[in-house]
Design a protein around this ligand. Structure first.
Ligand SMILES: [Cu+2]
Length: 157
């Protein structure tokens, strides 16, 4: 009986692929468990032609045993990013700047159209669907986290 080197090589490659895939899955899991603050479903709106304003939305999840407070957001794309809320004033829907978004221990807060959102002013360049934008979220008593948000087309909901 002869040993086929080709077959051995193939088995080795398959084995390595499986092994590394498993390791990768474990790494992702470990990373998730290590993140006390998580951001999900983040996106920023494509700009309307001629406009330099946009808004961004996401779910902010607090896995810690203490309340957290998002106090500001920064990004290279804009000199001014504000946290906004929509309020009803005399039957009119208005938005206003707020100082922070608090998230209770083991809770989450949704930033969504007609609710809490980030308002991005003075965009240096138009935002086009498919692009990815990096933001840094700053917290009162927690280290900042980086979030990459895809630009969503205006035609999407
Ligand atoms: Cu706003």
């Amino acid at each position: 009986m002869t040993i086929n080197n080709k077959n051995i090589a193939l088995i080795l490659v398959l084995f390595l692929a499986l092994f590394s895939k498993q390791n990768y899955a474990q790494d992702v899991l470990a990373l998730k468990q290590l993140q006390p603050i998580e951001v999900q479903a983040a996106y920023i709106r494509e700009t309307i032609p001629g406009n330099t304003i946009s808004s961004a939305y996401f779910t902010l999840i607090n896995h810690t045993k203490q309340a957290i407070k998002l106090v500001s957001v920064s990004s290279d794309i804009s000199p001014r990013i504000e946290i906004h809320a929509h309020t009803m004033t005399e039957g009119m829907m208005k938005m206003e700047k707020i100082d922070a978004i608090s998230v209770n221990a083991n809770a989450q807060v949704l930033l969504q159209p007609y609710g809490l959102h980030l308002m991005i002013f003075g965009l240096k360049q138009p935002l086009q669907a498919g692009h990815k934008i990096k933001f840094t979220l700053h917290f009162a008593q927690h280290k900042s986290i980086d979030v990459t948000m895809p630009v969503q087309s205006l035609h999407q909901k």
